[in-house]
Ligand binder design. Structure first.
Ligand code: GTR
Length: 326
């Protein structure tokens, strides 16, 4: 990180932003996402099924049951892996899904609409490793049974940080697969899971490209750009996503010690790609674009990318292909 300017030269920046640098990761930890504890070790990866040459021969498909040993017990979850056929060392995309691994094989609609165009991804030479985000941490302020946050003593971290932890565990799993090139890794997430992908990108240096799709408030969008979801709305509906004290900034965005261009810049020099959609006003596409512009000085010339496409809140094939092209 570095640079005094808050917006890239030539770009209009309508609001005053905190400057880039010095290191603000601790500030994000304390104020918004909470502290991710050390530990949580992959202890077992049991193969459940293996299908070769699926998707018209484009990929091999594997299902595993993963066990991660945590201080107060084991977390178990299922994973779904597609490896491109005939590739010895494939770059890998790690991504959490909303509705279960099998659902990624047949697209759903709604607020959590995510498509997984596995055949095209495999044809582009990429592996994809996914797990159900609810198996990492329930998306519930009062979960009937705790997720990973219940397996560490006295830690204060929100669910977004727990999902980010899950992405790191997917990388641990990817590291055990022969046909994956762990020097080329993409962490991708849509919406609330885009927020998690960005926080994972900050914390896990193994991630070479961090990509968020319509991640909005507490993701790629600037708090100080008015429009879309704000701190009052997000902490009222989703108090479990963040540290409890974050809610004190409701209606006081200008007093936050950080803003999200600094989050993006914290990932540099590793690369970042931000996807917006024109009709997704709740995720504030203009606030996302301005954050990218304000973060740009922290990156090399091709270090940060952005697109905005027509349409609404969904992870589309078009978004995937642009991330992979980046
Ligand atoms: C909305 C929430 C957003 C975004 C979205 C999603 O309800 O207000 O912050 O995360 O859900 O995850 O689809």
């Amino acid at each position: 990180m570095g640079g005094e300017n808050t917006c890239a030269e030539g770009s209009e920046c309508p609001m005053q932003l905190p400057p880039l640098g010095p290191d603000v990761v601790e500030e994000f930890t304390r104020t918004i996402y909470g502290r991710t504890p050390d530990g949580g070790k992959l202890s077992e990866l049991a193969l459940q099924s293996r299908e070769e040459g699926v998707l018209d021969g484009a990929a091999d498909r594997f299902r595993h049951r993963a066990t991660v040993a945590c201080p107060l017990g084991n977390l178990e979850f299922d994973t779904l892996l597609h490896l491109p056929s005939g590739v010895n060392a494939a770059p890998v995309v790690v991504i959490l899904n909303f509705n279960g691994n099998d659902q990624t094989l047949s697209p759903v609609s709604g607020w959590d609409a995510s498509s997984f165009p596995y055949q095209k991804i495999a044809q582009a030479g990429y592996a994809v490793l996914t797990a159900d985000y609810r198996e990492i941490e329930p998306d519930d302020p009062n979960p009937p049974s705790p997720g990973v946050r219940g397996l560490f003593p006295e830690e204060t971290w929100g669910a977004v940080a727990a999902w980010a932890w899950g992405l790191s565990r997917l990388l641990d799993i990817a590291a055990t697969v022969d046909r994956i090139d762990l020097t080329k890794t993409v962490a991708l997430g849509h919406s609330r899971l885009g927020k998690a992908a960005l926080w994972a990108g900050v914390l896990d240096e193994r991630i070479t490209v961090t990509a968020s799709n319509e991640s909005g408030c507490c993701g790629a969008a600037l708090f100080r750009h008015p429009g879309g979801e704000d701190i009052e709305a997000i902490t009222r509906r989703f108090p479990h996503w963040f540290v409890p004290s974050f809610a004190q900034y409701a209606g006081r965005e200008d007093e936050l010690p950080v803003d999200q261009h600094q989050l993006l810049a914290s990932i540099a020099p590793r690369r970042v790609y931000v996807c917006s959609a024109e009709d997704d006003a709740w995720a504030d596409p203009e606030g996302e674009r301005l954050a990218v512009e304000a973060a740009r000085p922290a990156f090399g010339p091709d270090g940060i990318g952005y697109h905005i496409r027509p349409g609404g809140h969904a992870l589309l094939e078009e978004d995937w292909l642009k991330v992979l092209a980046f």
